[in-house]
Design a protein around this ligand. Structure first.
Ligand SMILES: CC(C)(COP(=O)(O)OP(=O)(O)OC[C@H]1O[C@@H](n2cnc3c(N)ncnc32)[C@H](O)[C@@H]1OP(=O)(O)O)[C@@H](O)C(=O)NCCC(=O)NCCS
Length: 171
């Protein structure tokens, strides 16, 4: 996730059943679903994203959201970047609402990343992840990402503030 401002994690309800199957489909961020996307993002990430981020999400096909009963429940946002080491696809945001985790949605989001890599002819995918986020680190490692670097104090308002850069080569 990108380094942005900190916000409190919102408590989530577990009342609703997730047993009925979910139609896994990624939709564009639009002015209609933007409010719901913002609620999702503020509830799952310990950082809050700028208005510019949301604006950019609506402008191209590099962001996808899963909508269920009119509510955004997962988001993936990527961006091509030119780094010293060469061009990469950077994962700006990647997350699933807690109620819907461990049912394959994260893996589905990763398919979107692979598809955009192919489309943009980019071989490398990169992301920052908070060093304490063992679950996400394990998830990425299992899908072929390696820890490349430690970036101390990457997140200005998170504890811990340190991030790993993780990278995967898509062939
Ligand atoms: C990391 C994250 C995106 C994973 O999303 P997810 O939807 O739980 O991912 P999946 O369901 O595809 O896979 C997670 C595990 O669920 C299990 N699982 C997947 N499909 C399943 C199914 N149909 N039934 C039972 N279990 C299943 C698998 O064991 C999988 O584990 P694995 O990694 O060992 O394969 C999610 O934990 C998250 O949103 N975390 C908070 C946000 C975050 O940290 N994002 C990363 C910022 S860099």
């Amino acid at each position: 996730m990108e380094e942005e401002e900190v916000t409190d994690l919102t408590q989530t309800s577990t009342e609703e059943s997730t047993e009925d199957s979910i139609d896994l489909k990624l939709e564009r961020v639009t002015t209609e679903n933007l409010k719901s996307v913002r609620i999702l993002v503020t509830s799952i990430f310990p950082v809050s994203y700028s208005d510019k981020f949301y604006q950019e999400c609506t402008e191209n096909e590099l962001t996808g959201v899963v909508i269920r009963h009119g509510e955004a429940i997962a988001i993936v946002a990527v961006k091509p970047e030119s780094l010293e080491c060469g061009p990469v696809l950077y994962i700006r945001s990647f997350g699933v609402h807690p109620r819907y985790r461990e049912s394959g949605i994260g893996s589905f989001l990763m398919d979107f990343v692979a598809e955009k890599c192919k489309l943009l002819n980019l071989k490398h995918v990169m992301l920052h992840v908070q060093t304490s986020n063992k679950k996400a680190i394990g998830f990425y490692k299992k899908r072929g990402f390696n820890i490349e670097n430690l970036v101390p104090k990457y997140y200005q308002r998170c504890d811990p503030p340190d991030a790993y850069i993780m990278r995967k080569e898509f062939l």
